[in-house]
Design a binder for this molecule. Structure first.
Ligand code: CUA
Length: 153
């Protein structure tokens, strides 16, 4: 009888956790990453989208802002970007070598940058200021120095 009680308790906890995940997905829009766009890491600097001429902040004709960044040992390229506050911005990252991550403290920005895939995150920054963009996946001896500067104006 005591065992049965604990089985019931653990099944109840499982049901609770699954329902929290379901509620977050349905009502808060929290979903597992579903963007599985692929890219050949070796061709990033030759590619149309992630070529050297096309990195950084781009404003489309309809005003939508896209920021394309390449992560590589040990920097994000370009190393400095300037973006407007209170504006929806689409960030697209790729890695040219190994697994990196990106994290901007005090914002909702945090994602992995897996070689071979495009990581896309939409965000907007309510307050102007300077934000560091840090690598948060260990990527080698220079990992601690891998960061770049985002100016929000
Ligand atoms: Cu890149 Cu750590």
């Amino acid at each position: 009888p005591l065992e049965r009680k604990w089985v019931q308790v653990s099944l109840g906890m499982c049901a609770l956790f699954v329902s929290i995940i379901m509620l977050d997905a349905l009502f808060h829009g929290v979903n597992a990453p579903s963007n599985v766009e692929t890219i050949d890491s070796r061709k990033i600097h030759l590619s149309e989208e992630f070529g050297e001429d096309n990195l950084g902040v781009q404003v489309a004709e309809n005003g939508e802002i896209t920021v394309r960044l390449v992560a590589g040992r040990y920097a994000f390229f370009p190393k400095e970007i300037t973006i407007p506050a209170e504006t929806k911005i689409t960030f697209r990252w790729v890695s040219m070598d190994v697994l990196h991550g990106v994290h901007m403290p005090m914002t909702n920005m945090s994602t992995m940058i897996v070689p071979g895939y495009v990581s896309q995150v939409e965000s907007s920054f309510p307050r102007p200021g300077e934000y560091p963009m840090l690598c948060n996946e260990y990527c080698g001896l220079g990992h601690d120095h891998m960061w770049s500067k985002v100016s929000v104006i």
